[in-house]
Write a new protein. Structure first.
Length: 265
């Protein structure tokens, strides 16, 4: 089975300007496709911006809203899957969500962030209640989390047990927590034997300072590609044959003793 070439778009776009962010996503998709990528991952809430305050209700839209339609057109035109973050409206509730659109423009998966970080998110968003959301792309099983979710090892292990090969984690990782990008993400990939694509915003935005450092970590705990602190598009390979060999050599999932872990719940 061939590798899945994956592009990580590290950018904050322009907060509050959906049309401009869609244009930036289109340009990144063109560059990613030219580099042979079959998947493009953008950061948390990329469609609208993160630090948009009381504009959240105004910019929130349904999972099948106009933003989804625009991203579907981008994905189909460039022939690659696209994951984008956005505020999802469902009736009176708003979720911090990410949606995966397939290379044909079809909607493959939609995930609502389950662990909300800080006062801003807890004020505007409702937490999701599904830990494991997955889709298949080119024979690779893809799972979705968002930012703070990945800092809970239970979430990642749940994905490992459900067969996730590549975990996509759009994020808004801010100073002074860059150790998550530098250290936690490679450990998560190793301890649960999967690839993890962690894709961050960058630079100042409202009261926040995003640190960049987006990365694709492999199941051996090594970082296959890493962005710096600024706007950047980086590309890495998700190799299913290497993943299978790594899982055979590191049998964490086989050697678990779930009967001992009841107190964790």
């Amino acid at each position: 089975m061939p590798s899945l070439r994956t592009a990580l778009l590290q950018s904050s776009g322009r907060p509050g300007a959906v049309a401009e962010n869609l244009k930036a996503l289109d340009e990144a998709a063109e560059r990613a496709a030219d580099a042979g990528a079959r998947l493009l991952v953008s950061p948390e809430l990329f469609l609208t911006g993160y630090a948009i305050g009381d504009a959240v209700p105004e910019l929130a839209e349904p999972a099948d809203g106009p933003g989804a339609g625009a991203v579907a057109e981008i994905a189909a035109r460039h022939g690659l899957a696209v994951l984008y973050g956005y505020p999802e409206r469902d009736g009176e509730r708003i979720f911090n969500a990410s949606q995966l659109i397939g290379p044909d423009g079809g909607r493959l998966a939609n995930y609502r962030k389950t662990h909300l970080f800080g006062c801003f998110e807890q004020e505007w968003f409702t937490p999701g209640d599904r830990t494991v959301v997955q889709a298949d792309l080119d024979g690779i099983r893809i799972g979705l989390l968002i930012c703070y979710d990945v800092e809970f090892p239970e979430n990642v292990r749940a994905h490992a047990l459900a067969g996730t090969d590549l975990l996509l984690v759009p994020t808004a990782q801010m100073h002074p927590f860059q150790f998550v990008a530098e250290s936690v993400i490679p450990v998560r990939a190793f301890e649960s034997q999967m690839y993890v694509a962690y894709v961050n915003r960058t630079g100042p935005e409202g009261e926040f300072e995003f640190v960049g450092l987006s990365c694709l970590a492999g199941p051996d705990g090594t970082v296959r590609t890493r962005a710096g602190r600024g706007e950047e598009l980086v590309v890495g390979e998700v190799d299913p044959e290497f993943l299978a060999a790594s899982r055979a050599a590191n049998p964490y999932l086989h050697d678990r003793r779930p009967g001992l872990y009841g107190s964790l719940a």
